[in-house]
Design a protein around this ligand. Structure first.
Ligand code: EPZ
Length: 418
């Protein structure tokens, strides 16, 4: 089993560039199904979730080449519309392919994407949006059979600003006749990136980033070349690592506005943070200070994906910090692992109270999920002594080279195969 070996207690310094955003490139890869030509996607991160998406595209009949940081997708050939269970299970967010398959083919079959480490991951809003557009969806033995004689533009009101449901609705609406208006749409920057990609292909989508998105569907889409935005959660991870270990660093390749709530929290904790259009500099000196409550919320609120890594940094702050996880039911699985390092955290339902302790100590740790795993690396960097981290498959879902990037910042982190 491969593990990270982290020797904590070293201050960090240096610069690192974050890779392309996982949560942008996954819907963009699904959107290539709508193109009648070749799509070239640059700054595409080498992640296991990206590899899973490429396997789905190839199964559907696309020709895909992934070389370095660029992916070429040719979806001009006749495609099939079924995604087998083994491919669906590889990636929680594979349901994002459904809207694009329906827009392209008018029918599709996928298995019900399971829950994940974060708790149940319902897709009722996805299905409600597709049904509003005219799709018939039959759920049978864990499989969704979807078909539609024609997709027709309409108004879709989302009861929750769901990122995935917003993306599925946009992709299906591109194949619908007439105009679709998505109300209470999610406002995440990754949805703005998806809109930019679709517009590159000739689609008429506007309003992404706001709560109302309009799609003029039924237009044939051509190919195009697009560069994916930087990953704001990877940037939040590296900023939290510097905050936890102390030191100063520059994180480039990301739009600082996309993580304003994270940098504001780190400044409140006592870090010096300065931002330029595509980079963020941070300096952490001395012990952090506890924060006013951190409540996760849909964008532009504090991102749920940054909750764990910030919590890891706050474990040794002066005073207490309250976290309220409002998005997912089970997103504190990293707490037990942090406790093995000496963290003092009390969890009551959605609330976690982190009582700062002077130091954490190294320990054998196991990743529970993608961002929880990254949080363990953040905590290990600031801890006294050595930590081992297993379960690295979780980390590979969202970090192209966590070990390499942290080492570039001066961390003593190695990989062992024991
Ligand atoms: C996306 O997941 C991201 N994944 C998640 O990132 C991120 O945590 C999440 O958005 C919130 O920002 C990708 O983009 C691939 P949601 P998604 O639909 O779309 C409920 C990571 O670490 N809901 O916005 O699945 C749902 O249960 C991952 O990179 C329904 O009830 O999130 C949750 O409580 C983890 N019914 C809330 O909405 C639905 O049909 C928000 O979920 C859909 C969602």
């Amino acid at each position: 089993m491969t593990k990270y070996l982290v020797a904590g207690g070293r201050r960090l310094s240096g610069t690192v560039q974050v890779h392309g955003a996982k949560n942008s490139v996954l819907p963009i890869l699904a959107a290539t199904l709508l193109s009648g030509g070749e799509c070239v996607i640059e700054n595409c991160p080498r992640l296991s979730d990206v590899a899973a998406s490429i396997r789905i595209l190839e199964h559907l009949g696309c020709q895909v080449v992934h070389r370095g940081g660029t992916v070429w997708v040719d979806a001009s050939h006749p495609l099939r519309g079924d995604v087998p269970d083994e491919l669906m299970r590889e990636m929680r967010s594979s349901v994002i392919f459904l809207g694009a398959i329906l827009a392209r083919l008018g029918e599709g079959t996928i298995s019900y994407p399971g829950g994940c480490e974060l708790g149940p991951r319902p897709i009722d809003l996805h299905l409600k949006a597709l049904r509003r557009l005219g799709a018939e969806v039959e759920e049978r033995f864990g499989t969704l059979h979807c078909r539609t004689p024609v997709l027709t533009g309409c108004e879709i009101d989302l009861s929750i600003p769901s990122v995935g449901a917003t993306e599925n609705a946009i992709l299906a609406a591109c194949g619908a006749r007439g105009t679709t208006t998505i109300v209470n749409a999610a406002r995440e920057p990754e949805i703005v990136d998806l809109q930019r990609f679709l517009v590159t292909l000739g689609a008429r989508v506007r309003g992404a980033g706001s709560s109302v998105i309009t799609v003029e569907g039924g237009r044939p889409l051509h190919g195009g070349c697009f560069r994916v935005m930087g990953d704001r959660i990877v940037a939040a991870t590296y900023l939290s690592a510097v905050a936890a270990a102390g030191g100063e660093a520059e994180i480039s390749g990301v739009d600082y506005r996309h993580l304003a709530t994270v940098t504001a929290a780190l400044q409140e904790a006592g870090c010096r943070v300065s931002s330029e259009p595509d980079r963020i500099a941070i300096r952490a000196q001395g012990r952090l200070r506890g924060l006013r409550p951190i409540r996760t919320a849909p964008y532009p609120g504090f991102p749920t994906d940054a909750q764990a890594v910030l919590m890891a940094a706050m474990c040794t702050a002066e005073g207490a910090t309250v976290f309220v996880e409002n998005i997912f039911e089970n997103r504190y699985r990293h707490v037990d692992e942090l406790a093995r390092m000496g963290a003092d955290i009390r969890v009551e339902g959605r609330v976690a109270v982190v009582y700062g302790v002077p130091r954490l100590h190294g320990a054998p740790l196991h990743c529970t999920d993608l961002r929880g795993g990254a949080a363990l690396a953040v905590a290990a960097l600031g801890a006294e002594g050595e930590s081992t981290i297993s379960g690295l498959e979780h980390i590979r879902r969202g970090y192209e080279d966590l070990k390499g990037d942290l080492a570039a910042l001066g961390a003593d982190i190695r990989q062992t195969d024991t």
